[in-house]
Design a protein around this ligand. Structure first.
Ligand code: HEC
Length: 196
């Protein structure tokens, strides 16, 4: 071991001598001093980096667009009369996803309110107007009529969609779960296409 170390030390000593001894190589350092220009070029050299980053940013952006196209499996007959894309949703998935809501919401006509308002007749109903339910100001002061699109946005992120509302629910993250749930709600709560 120690012999190896010694010989290594000896070798590096030789290397040092060799490095210093080459006085004729003075020209090399001076040309290296002019080199700083190429050395400062790393800045442009780093510009390629953002491009791969942009590529990876574009990839996730493309994924959601592809997701709805991937969602349709065999269409559920229960949803056959719904407008697209809800007619492509999976009934079993919708019914299953509604279990996330049913601790707080009933969806049968006249069944009354729980922690949350009854959802029968939700579509085409003005936000915050189910009789007998004490809404937060956030919902009372909101001014729109529930459409499938509004429900989709609401369920994507309830807290952000109407700030200050009292629905303590994190949301439904997967687009295909929301699609199926909204289709399920449409069939269960008496959805009718808006008269136009
Ligand atoms: C923990 C209880 C709870 C859960 C779970 C819950 N909600 Fe709610 N929801 C509420 C409450 C409370 C309100 C009223 C909020 C307010 O007044 O600020 C509400 C309001 C709503 C409204 C607005 C109704 C109206 O009359 O304007 C919709 C739509 C809704 N919820 C749908 C859902 C759906 C669909 C789910 C399941 C994915 C769900 N909620 C899960 C408690 C809940």
């Amino acid at each position: 071991m120690s012999r190896l170390l010694k010989s290594a030390a000896a070798l590096s000593a030789i290397a040092l001598v060799a490095a210093c001894g080459g006085s004729g190589s003075d020209a090399a350092p001076s040309s290296a001093a002019e080199a700083p220009a190429p050395a400062s070029k790393p800045a442009p050299a780093t510009t390629p980096a953002p491009e791969p980053a942009a590529d990876t940013a574009a990839a996730p952006a493309a994924t959601p667009a592809a997701a709805p196209a991937a969602a349709p499996g065999a269409p559920s007959p229960e949803f056959a009369n719904l407008p697209a894309p809800y007619n492509t949703a999976d009934y079993a998935r919708g019914r299953r996803t509604f279990k996330l809501c049913s601790s707080c919401h009933l969806d049968k006509e006249g069944a009354g309110n729980l922690v949350g308002p009854n959802l029968y007749g939700l579509f085409n109903r003005k936000v915050g107007t189910e009789p007998g339910f004490a809404y937060s100001d956030a919902l009372k002061n909101a001014d729109f009529t529930w459409t499938p699109d509004h429900v989709d946005e609401w369920l994507t992120n309830p807290r952000e969609y109407l700030r200050g509302n009292r629905m303590s629910f994190a949301g439904v993250r997967k687009p295909e779960d929301r699609l199926a749930l909204i289709a399920y709600l449409m069939t269960e709560t008496g959805y009718e296409p808006p008269a136009e």
